[in-house]
Write a protein that binds this ligand. Structure first.
Ligand code: CDT
Length: 312
């Protein structure tokens, strides 16, 4: 038996500061049609796919940037995309800036992914956990990375959901650099991990890392895939956006850790490949059989050495 699906990475090039959401949706639709021609079942768009990466500017009152957020999904701007995807039978993951109003009427701003099945059913939302950058204006920087001013960390943790014939998890950009992201998803059985990113090629706190940004991007996602026996789809918004050069190099990675598809441009580009989710078992049931091999009792402070006996 096999569980084959065709996954696509819908890499985006720059989105201009003044580009309207409906213009962006036109671009997303073009990619959706390209994906349809490639036979894609699930198309993954990048982090904050609806707007320019606005945290590069600091405005004292985030309400001034309210137009970059969505209060519901789909809304007026994105409904055509949801409708067309359902008509074509393509599921998708879309990154966007979310304002959520809680039961007490308090507004929360999150950096969010929504996952939608092929029949238009919303599977789940994921809100970015690791919020990088800074919360104050930092005048020494060439450009700001004020994500901590615009977003609070997602309160729900990492989740994995039955969808697309397997178990699907999500993470957003900086989340991908942390091993616990993949492990928490792996412990929930994730077989397919969807990750969008906006990664400037210039890292202001330590520019010696600039030349390694492509290496680090693939390093963390390939390791996360391998160590948890999962496929990873990593999708960039790349190219020079409002003067800031950002990493492209979107990839689809197998549970072996090997890159099996990679974007070759820094612009709008759909790459895709057919994967068999059963291939995850090749790793999940052998080298990374968590139940059999993880030395759970050794993860705390070890005060006494005991033989670690595999379960009968
Ligand atoms: N969007 C995002 O999370 N970008 C970060 C940049 C880190 S530098 C502030 C990343 O980890 O790629």
């Amino acid at each position: 038996m096999s569980r084959r699906i065709t996954v696509g990475a819908g890499q985006m090039g720059p989105i201009a500061r003044e580009e309207s959401k409906s213009d962006v949706v036109d671009r997303l639709m073009t990619m959706l049609h390209d994906a349809h021609e490639q036979g894609v079942d699930l198309l993954v768009y990048p982090e904050l796919a609806m707007t320019t990466f606005f945290p590069r500017w600091f405005v004292a009152d985030p309400a001034e940037f309210e137009h970059y957020y969505h209060r519901e999904m789909p809304d007026h701007d994105t409904k055509p995309l949801f409708d067309e995807a359902r008509r074509l039978g393509i599921g998708f993951a879309l990154g966007y800036a979310e304002i959520d109003t809680d039961d007490q009427g308090v507004e929360h701003r999150y950096n969010t992914y929504i996952l939608v099945e092929r029949d238009g059913t919303v599977v789940s939302k994921f809100r970015k956990i690791h919020i990088p950058g800074h919360a104050q204006y930092e005048p020494w920087r060439e450009f700001q990375h004020a994500e901590r001013h615009y977003f609070e960390p997602g309160p729900d943790g990492f989740g994995a959901w039955p969808a697309f014939g397997g178990i699907v998890g999500m993470a957003i950009c900086n989340d991908r650099r942390w091993p616990e992201t993949y492990r928490v998803l792996g412990l929930q059985g994730a077989e397919l991990i969807l990750i969008g990113y906006n990664t400037p090629l210039h890292y202001a706190p330590d520019p010696t890392q600039n030349a390694l940004s492509g290496f680090h991007n693939h390093l963390v996602m390939q390791a996360g895939a391998y160590q948890n026996g999962a496929f990873v789809v990593g999708v960039a918004k790349g190219g020079i956006e409002e003067g800031v050069d950002s990493l492209a190099q979107s990839v689809i990675i197998a549970p072996s850790g090997q890159i099996i598809a990679q974007a070759v441009t820094t612009g709008d580009e759909v790459i895709s490949t057919t994967i068999d989710l059963d291939f995850c078992d090749t790793y999940k049931n052998t080298l990374f059989d968590f139940d059999y091999y993880r030395m759970h009792e050794h993860y705390g402070l070890i005060t006494e050495r005991r033989g670690a006996v595999p379960p009968a």
